[in-house]
Write a protein that binds this ligand. Structure first.
Ligand SMILES: NC(=O)C1=CN([C@@H]2O[C@H](COP(=O)(O)OP(=O)(O)OC[C@H]3O[C@@H](n4cnc5c(N)ncnc54)[C@H](OP(=O)(O)O)[C@@H]3O)[C@@H](O)[C@H]2O)C=CC1
Ligand SMILES: CC(=O)N[C@@H](CCC(=O)OP(=O)(O)O)C(=O)O
Length: 344
């Protein structure tokens, strides 16, 4: 099957190319930019000798003619303009931005400060959290690929929410990300001297992923109250850790919770649950599509600590996008994604 990538010169698009280059069924047919039409290996010298593809400007009709799937890895506010140009062509669209994730356009306007896409496309788009929305993804041809922080947070919370094991009034998510989460464009906050040997909180209680997480939690359980969610920037390149605190409503110990998580994710090869006393670090999933989860029920406080880690560019973006493309095309979801994490 033929595939095109819009936003190939960014981190998400570059990671899509890295995965798809080795995919046994999908073949990258074209790569796109809004800037100079140069060879991809000139933009990314690490691809020297590996591809003869040249970056091209975006022409939706032309892309649709030669592609079965288009991945859009462009900034929020851009996808909302690009998706309509492809929607009528019938090709599969997987959008990595936040533009199709919130079902309420006004909520999108409030949190993203951009004009929302039309409601007909919002209604058509399926939220691509692969593990929990599998059948809808299989049946769809328009995917809103989840955000990086929401992926780590939702995979960590889903089992206890679905089993109604926690107090719906108090969920606290303390999340941290590496700098590649912010993309490849230049910004003062992302200079080496601002990030190196530093650690800071940002977008305090105002992160645009709050409504996305809340939307999915309330679809699972309408009683979940507004969550507290905060994000921090780590002096590393890849990786997200979400440390989540919830109050248990039953006297249930760590052993039983680990068993429950293993049961709930038993048919999901990319979610790995750690043994008791073992907690994942970001490096242990780096370069892979895994989400690793560690759990500890604190008998002293009655609270559960959930630690969920992903690689933001893989399970948090390009990896999950390819997992969804696999599902949409009747392939094993692991196809082309069986990367061993890059440890150390
Ligand atoms: N980085 C991450 O960890 C994650 C990112 N995402 C989302 O994925 C998307 C891509 O992110 P990321 O790769 O980090 O961002 P980057 O800033 O690294 O890349 C953005 C890409 O979009 C392209 N682009 C910019 N403006 C336009 C336009 N008007 N039309 C078409 N293409 C355009 C740029 O290409 P050029 O300038 O060559 O045209 C560039 O290739 C974003 O929506 C982001 O929020 C989601 C989850 C995780
Ligand atoms: C480290 C860092 O800055 N990360 C970005 C992730 C942005 C992102 O992925 O944007 P979407 O809303 O399109 O999902 C942030 O926190 O805003």
């Amino acid at each position: 099957m033929q595939v095109s990538i819009i936003g190939t010169t960014g981190y998400g698009g570059g990671e899509l190319f890295r995965i798809l280059h080795h995919h046994p069924v999908f073949r990258v047919q074209s790569v796109h930019t809004t800037r100079d039409e140069i060879p991809l290996s000139e933009e990314f010298p690490h691809l020297n000798g590996m591809t003869s593809l040249k970056l091209e400007h975006i022409n939706a009709e032309k892309i649709a003619k030669h592609s079965d799937i288009v991945f859009i890895a462009a900034p929020s506010g851009v996808s909302s303009k690009l998706v309509p140009a492809f929607a009528h062509t019938g090709i599969q669209i997987i959008d990595l931005s936040g533009d199709l994730r919130l079902t309420d356009g006004e909520l999108y306007r409030k949190w993203y400060k951009h004009e929302p896409i039309g409601s007909n496309l919002l209604e058509k788009a399926v939220y691509g959290l692969s593990e929990w929305n599998k059948q809808k993804i299989i049946d769809s041809n328009l995917i809103a690929n989840p955000g990086c922080y929401p992926t780590a947070t939702l995979l960590g919370l889903a089992p206890v929410i679905k089993q109604k094991l926690i107090n719906p009034d108090m969920i606290i998510v303390d999340a941290k990300s590496g700098a590649s989460g912010a993309g490849r464009s230049v910004s003062k906050n992302l200079l080496f001297s601002e990030i190196n040997e530093n650690f800071r909180i940002y977008k305090v209680n105002e992160h645009q992923h709050i409504p996305e997480i809340q939307q999915q939690l309330n679809l699972w359980d309408a009683e979940i109250s507004p969550i507290t969610f905060n994000t921090h920037l780590l002096p590393i390149t890849r990786g997200i850790m979400a440390t989540i605190y919830v109050n248990l409503t039953e006297n249930i110990n760590t052993d039983r919770l680990i068993e429950l998580y293993k049961e709930q994710y038993s048919n999901n090869p990319f979610v790995r649950i750690r043994q008791k006393g073992n907690f994942p670090s970001v490096k242990e999933v780096s370069g892979s599509n895994y989400c690793d989860i560690g759990l500890h029920a604190d008998e002293r406080t009655g609270r559960l600590t959930i630690v969920s880690v992903i690689d933001n560019l893989m399970k948090g973006a390009a990896g999950q996008a390819v997992q969804n493309a696999n599902l949409m095309n009747g392939l094993n979801e692991k196809t082309g994604l069986e990367f061993i994490p890059m440890y150390p």
